[in-house]
Unconditional design. Structure first.
Length: 287
């Protein structure tokens, strides 16, 4: 069984642009090494937005050196980028964007959602890339709800496999290093064991609910994340009430991390180069 290393609440609450009121689940709370290869997790909402003629969101900005993964729970986000990709992320969909050598994009509330208003709830997760592919070509995976297999966990509980493998089901997301990402819903009374490979650092993020982890640690309420050791394979979850969880695991990337805002590279020089390249328009612009 994997060992629970810690349980954390959000480190900061802030707005990303005017569309994403987020609770940051790492690294602002100091959680960093125990969640390698993941760099950042923002939990936006759930928040109600009034009907609006103007779409809220975050305008043109760059990324280099990692991947952004957006998971939609409620509401919808419209995305377009300098590599020519565009799409809408609806509830149940996942966008897996590899910024790699550099992308400029915008992330806005989808027009119909903005017009009608409603509850907005999203996660954005940043996944690090190994040094060898940080400067590779950007890539875009728009993954729809229908493409994501669901593993029946009994008692009206299930896990949607976004990336990696769970109990024989494979997720559609293509990743550069071994990563698991599961959207897990547990009905009250469910007791399940997830098998996660030896060597993976693991996070169990409880969006809401009440979970007993490995028979001991209680994670109750909203926006709490537990980390587990690379040693061991099993993660035992018992739901004391209906719960929504995101389980993330991966092999750590043991390379230096130098980050500055939207750029995550290995050295300070590479960060300065990223700033110059962005300012020189080398990451492109939105049409
Ligand atoms: Mn972005």
């Amino acid at each position: 069984m994997k060992k629970v290393l810690g349980v954390y609440g959000p480190g900061s609450n802030h707005w990303v642009g005017d569309g994403f009121p987020v609770r940051n689940m790492f690294p602002s709370n100091g959680l960093k090494d125990e969640i390698n290869p993941f760099l950042m997790l923002d939990y936006a909402g759930p928040s109600y937005f009034e009907p609006s003629k103007k779409s809220h969101g975050v305008g043109e900005h760059p990324h280099r050196g990692f991947e952004t993964v957006t998971i939609a729970y409620q509401g919808a986000v419209e995305h377009r980028d300098s590599a020519g990709n565009a799409g809408v992320i609806f509830p149940g969909d996942v966008q897996w964007m590899t910024a790699a050598s550099g992308v400029v994009h915008e992330e806005m509330h989808e027009k119909e959602f903005a017009k009608n208003g409603g509850t907005f709830e999203m996660i954005q997760l940043w996944v690090n890339l190994p040094k060898t592919v940080k400067m590779s070509k950007p890539r875009y995976q728009g993954i729809t709800k229908e493409q994501i297999p669901s593993v029946d966990l009994g008692n009206d509980s299930y896990a949607r496999v976004i990336a990696g493998e769970l109990h024989g089901a494979r997720g559609p997301a293509i990743t550069f290093t071994p990563i698991n990402l599961f959207d897990v819903r547990l009905a009250v009374g469910s007791k399940v064991e997830l098998r996660i490979p030896e060597g993976h650092y693991t996070g169990v993020f409880v969006l809401k609910g009440d979970i007993v982890l490995n028979g001991v640690d209680s994670i109750k309420g909203e926006a709490r994340i537990a980390t587990l050791s690379p040693e061991g394979e099993l993660v035992a979850l018992e739901a004391k009430e209906d719960s929504t969880l995101l389980v993330l695991s991966g092999e750590p990337i043991n390379e230096p991390v130098f980050s500055y805002g939207p750029f995550v590279m290995n050295t300070r020089d590479e960060i300065m180069q990223a700033v110059r390249d962005y300012n020189d328009g080398k990451m492109g612009h939105l049409a």
